[in-house]
Design a protein around this ligand. Structure first.
Ligand code: HEC
Length: 215
């Protein structure tokens, strides 16, 4: 070790700088010993760590033995989201006229005759949103994508019995509601091809976070 008062024997004068350089070039035996010890310890530590990681991944592979494996068919039953571009729409079709009779039987008791509203919201009409923030938001003045009407009706309606409608019934109801709102013609057929092409009035009324994912 160099100290401020210690002069190396082979030199007449010494500075602190010389001392620091000498120590860096030749660490003391004690220090070197410590380093060796440390590196042995870290090798052992790494070994334990690897054993732990291997052990725990084996445990994960086994799982906690809870529940049971889920089959692709079971996942498909829940995987019912319809994207704005229509991906996920099932086979089937329906017209406004077909939807009208389903509506009378299964929807009118809450949404009123011809979708004009009852105990539940009107499905037709709506003031322009430019009339103010408190304006009631409806399918016609707010919803940006027609495909959402299919998704929502299929997953959530009729309110007391969701997911009981056949796909053809949902296409027909969607067609009926869109026709009531004069967004499609009275004889237009809605299916996986035509529904995504229906342009909703408020289509451009949103700030899209991921434009590249939109149709
Ligand atoms: C028992 C009453 C009831 C019946 C029957 C019913 N709905 Fe609804 N519906 C509701 C309620 C309540 C809501 C609001 C749900 C919510 O906000 O989560 C709603 C919401 C909706 C909406 C969304 C409206 C909007 O502007 O947000 C649509 C579309 C809709 N229903 C369609 C239908 C269709 C189609 C049927 C027939 C198959 C139907 N409903 C049958 C009670 C009903």
């Amino acid at each position: 070790m160099c100290t401020r008062n210690e002069a190396p024997p082979h030199r007449g004068s010494a500075s602190l700088l010389d001392c620091a350089a000498a120590e860096a070039a030749a660490p003391t035996p004690g220090l070197r010993g410590n380093r060796t010890h440390f590196s042995r310890a870290s090798t052992a530590g790494a070994g334990v760590l690897i054993a732990l990681v291997l052990g725990s991944s084996a445990a994960f592979a086994q799982g906690p033995n809870l529940g049971k494996p889920i089959s692709p068919a079971e996942i498909a039953a829940w995987d019912i989201s319809i994207m704005p571009d229509g991906s996920g729409l099932p086979p089937g079709s329906g017209t406004p006229a077909q939807g009208s009779s389903v509506y009378v039987a299964k929807c009118a008791m809450c949404h009123g005759a011809s979708g004009r509203g009852g105990s539940a919201a009107a499905l037709v009409g709506g003031s322009p949103l430019t009339t103010g923030i408190d304006t009631t938001k409806t399918i016609a003045n707010f919803w940006p994508y027609a495909t959402t009407l299919f998704d929502f009706t299929r997953r959530a309606m009729p309110w007391p019995k969701p997911r009981t409608l056949a796909n053809d019934e949902v296409y027909a109801l969607t067609a009926y509601i869109l026709a009531l709102n004069k967004l499609i013609g009275e004889n237009d057929v809605m299916n996986a091809d035509t529904l995504p092409k229906v342009r909703m009035p408020n289509r451009e009324g949103f700030i899209v976070r991921f434009p590249e994912r939109m149709p």
